[in-house]
Write a protein that binds this ligand. Structure first.
Ligand SMILES: CC(C)(COP(=O)(O)OP(=O)(O)OC[C@H]1O[C@@H](n2cnc3c(N)ncnc32)[C@H](O)[C@@H]1OP(=O)(O)O)[C@@H](O)C(=O)NCCC(=O)NCCS
Length: 333
């Protein structure tokens, strides 16, 4: 019998600290008008010195486990999608596994930049569908503000910090991931980077000291994003054996309202089928899609039996789309 990986619980965490465009304009050469009109962003959350990618991931994961009725000690696997781990080793996932008390779970990080959560959802679902796991925790967490150069106004205004999580549970009914489309074009990787080591000593003993900052060719990434979002969403919907008529909600990576609107227009999706919260959080990278899932459900827009398309894109350059059948409330009973 076919097994499915139902999404049984979701959770999110964003830092308390809200940084509005006005506040940003006091130390960055920008304005509320420029940011709003070019990106749709009004404010973002910025983590403080007590917070880490791990702490945000743990907070989101705890909520997802509670809401999914899953005891962390029953998890078989923890996957954290992140490109801003607090350190290279141990992984964020291992530290999350420990903090949660997920004592039976394997754990690893996955880096596909802002496409990472959709990649991780696909990977975690495959473990369940193959019969090698029953319960999988998938988290997207990024502390991007640590890597922003606040003298680079074209990049630093776009991002915020946060985490989102989903618990996947084996099910015999069609639920969770129905199909996925993953892609990468490393030949264009230079357009979006978070560079090398902060301190490097080469074999001749000479030092190159450089802080790692996010660097971006905005217009190139913009063009790529609009094109790839429509293409990957279409591939995933076809792989699921569906058409866009069957899709109830479109949850795009929240990078820029203009990108979202352009992609939705290409797909001929009406505005009410497209979830948007980029105005309140900016681009939270791997947290963006799962935060949308939490908020869309809380808002009553996402309900049982719906087919949802999730789309990510980002550094790599990478892209990913997933078609998900939502059945969370059915599992609550
Ligand atoms: C970054 C982005 C908003 C820039 O918008 P844009 O309309 O393409 O703007 P441009 O880069 O052409 O810059 C236009 C002007 O605004 C200026 N500008 C850039 N950032 C600014 C800011 N924060 N405030 C004020 N002016 C700014 C530029 O210096 C430029 O000025 P110039 O014409 O005098 O040189 C847009 O390219 C974008 O969103 N790209 C995709 C980014 C993304 O999603 N990345 C993450 C992927 S996961």
């Amino acid at each position: 019998m076919l097994r499915y990986a139902a999404i049984s619980g979701t959770g999110m965490y964003v830092p308390d600290r809200i940084v509005t465009n006005e506040e940003l304009s006091t130390f960055v050469d920008t304005s509320d008008e420029w940011i709003r009109s070019r990106t749709g962003i009004a404010e973002r959350r910025i983590a403080d010195s007590t917070e880490t990618s791990v702490s945000m991931a743990v907070a989101a994961a705890r909520t997802a486990c509670e809401r999914g009725g899953v005891d962390p000690s029953d998890l078989d696997l923890v996957i954290v999608a992140t490109y801003t781990p607090d350190q290279h080793m141990p992984s964020v996932a291992s530290l999350v596994q420990n903090e949660l008390g997920a004592l039976r779970a394997g754990a690893f990080d996955l880096n596909a930049a802002c496409s990472g959560f959709v990649y991780a959802l696909s990977v975690g679902s495959q473990f369940i569908r193959a019969g090698t796991a029953e319960k999988v925790l998938v988290v997207g967490a990024d502390f991007v503000s640590r890597f922003l150069d606040f003298t680079d106004r074209s990049t630093c205004v776009l991002f915020g910090d946060g985490a989102g999580a989903a618990v996947l549970t084996a099910s015999d009914e069609p639920a969770g991931l129905l199909a996925a489309d993953l892609g990468s074009d490393g030949s264009a990787g230079q357009h979006l980077t978070l560079g090398g080591p902060e301190r490097y000593v080469d074999l001749n003993g000479s030092n190159a000291v450089e802080r790692a900052f996010m660097r971006m060719n905005g217009p190139e990434v913009y063009r790529f994003a609009v094109k790839v979002m429509g293409e990957t969403a279409t591939h995933a919907v076809h792989k699921a054996g569906l058409t866009f008529e069957d899709i109830d909600l479109f949850i795009p990576h929240q990078a820029n309202l203009r990108i979202i609107n352009a992609a939705a227009k290409r797909l001929e999706l009406p505005r009410e089928k497209v979830w948007v919260n980029v105005d309140r959080y900016g681009n939270t990278s791997n947290a963006s899609v799962p935060i949308c899932l939490v908020e869309a459900e809380a808002d009553g827009v996402l309900s049982d039996g719906m087919n949802v398309v999730l789309v990510g894109f980002g550094g790599g350059l990478t892209w990913a789309a997933a078609v998900v059948r939502w059945t969370r409330g059915l599992l609550d009973d």
